[in-house]
Design a protein around this ligand. Structure first.
Ligand code: SAH
Ligand code: SF4
Length: 350
């Protein structure tokens, strides 16, 4: 018996095959087991009746299915958003959000318990950093949402993943990339390159590594200000990775991968939502393949700023489009009543 049971959600299909062989089983069982994990979305080894008894008993002894228990489940009033508070094996808790936009189901998943980056307006930043998630804990969140859709007999299956929950995904690079590898497997969850978006606060070495490794995903970069001083006031990580280095890394990323980057901009009234701010964004992103995602500030306990008014957001958007030919979207404010909006995810108590 191995000391720590292997979490099957930690393994790629190839790694699962190797593990089965190591246990002395025919690799032929890999496809069926993988099918149970990611197509049938089995929640226990008992729900895998077509595996031979000897395989199942080995799994029961030496492996585990890292299914996450729901500690709390909350639906937003408009019914478009559902927030899950999920318990990890060490009793830490994370949040995962199911979002429905125009008939498409997206899971917003976490990469860490808390976050070390300390952005002033973000509830996760305000709670501080506890630990990284393992690949299996990241994958398990996607499985959880897929299974919930199945159980509720909803017509839609899980289509997209955004790594925009708790945590900074590029601070937990290896685990996140392993999880993506597992989630994109086309015989499993099949969440391929066009279906996964990773949002980073601007971890420069991570962005360059994504480019070098040509990782199959959409990249979103949290900008929030177009000057170094303005950005450092909102995003402490900007002191470590200054704006000019960040923009150089973004340019390298787009040139190497041929991909456009989404630039996120949390709109805070009187702070970064003026016409001049919009022009500064336009100048900063000039010549880059870019789309701007404007996110009206969501309230958090630890930050006094207030959201931009709708007309200011529209004006911001108008300037980007008319003066700089920059496409942008204003993110719909959904799930605010259950604190499931961007940056509102935090776990108050254990
Ligand atoms: N750590 C990553 C991803 C998680 S946050 C990152 O920072 O990019 C996802 C997005 O929500 C980021 O753009 C973040 O800046 C933004 N955000 C955080 N707190 C927010 C708040 N209170 N209101 C609106 N957007 C917020
Ligand atoms: Fe961390 Fe992102 Fe929140 Fe900043 S915005 S504290 S990087 S989760």
């Amino acid at each position: 018996m191995s000391a720590t049971p292997i979490n099957l959600y930690d393994l790629t299909r190839e790694e699962l095959r190797v593990q089965l062989v190591r246990w002395g089983f025919n690799p032929f069982h890999t496809a069926r087991l993988w099918n149970y994990l990611y197509i049938e979305l089995a929640a226990s080894f008992d729900a895998m009746p077509e595996l031979p008894a000897k395989v199942r008993s080995r799994l029961t002894a030496d492996a585990q299915l890292g299914v996450l228990a729901t500690a709390l489940e909350t639906d937003s009033r408009d019914g478009f958003t559902r927030k899950y508070l999920l318990s990890l094996a060490d009793h830490e808790r994370i949040e995962t959000v199911l979002m429905r936009y125009t008939g498409r189901v997206t899971a917003c998943i976490s990469s860490q318990v808390g976050c070390a980056m300390g952005c002033v307006f973000c509830a996760t930043g305000q709670m501080g950093y506890t630990r990284h998630l393992t690949p299996g804990e990241i994958v398990a969140q996607a499985v959880h949402v897929a299974r919930a859709l199945r159980t509720a007999e909803e017509p839609h299956r899980l289509r997209n993943i955004v790594l925009m929950g708790m945590g900074e995904p590029l601070h937990n690079y290896d685990a996140v990339m392993q999880a993506i590898e597992i989630m994109r497997d086309d015989r499993g969850l099949a969440l391929g390159a066009e279906r996964i978006t990773l949002s980073t606060v601007g971890v420069v070495p991570g962005i360059l590594r994504l480019a070098k490794e040509k990782r199959p995903l959409h990249l979103a970069v949290s900008l929030h200000a177009a000057t170094q001083a303005g950005r450092a006031a909102l995003v402490p990580a900007a002191k470590k990775w200054p704006l000019d280095e960040l923009m150089a890394a973004c340019r390298t990323y787009s040139e190497t991968t041929g991909r456009r980057i989404f630039y996120e901009w949390t709109l805070i009234e009187g702070q970064n939502d003026s016409a001049e701010d919009a022009r500064a964004v336009g100048r900063l992103l000039h010549g880059l393949p870019a789309q701007v995602n404007l996110i009206p500030l969501n309230p958090t306990a630890g930050y006094a700023g207030i959201p931009t008014r709708t007309d200011a957001a529209r004006n911001f958007q108008h300037i980007l489009k008319e003066e700089f030919k920059l496409p942008s979207t204003v993110r719909q404010r959904r799930g605010i009543d259950i604190a499931a909006g961007c940056g509102q995810l935090a776990v108050a108590e254990k």
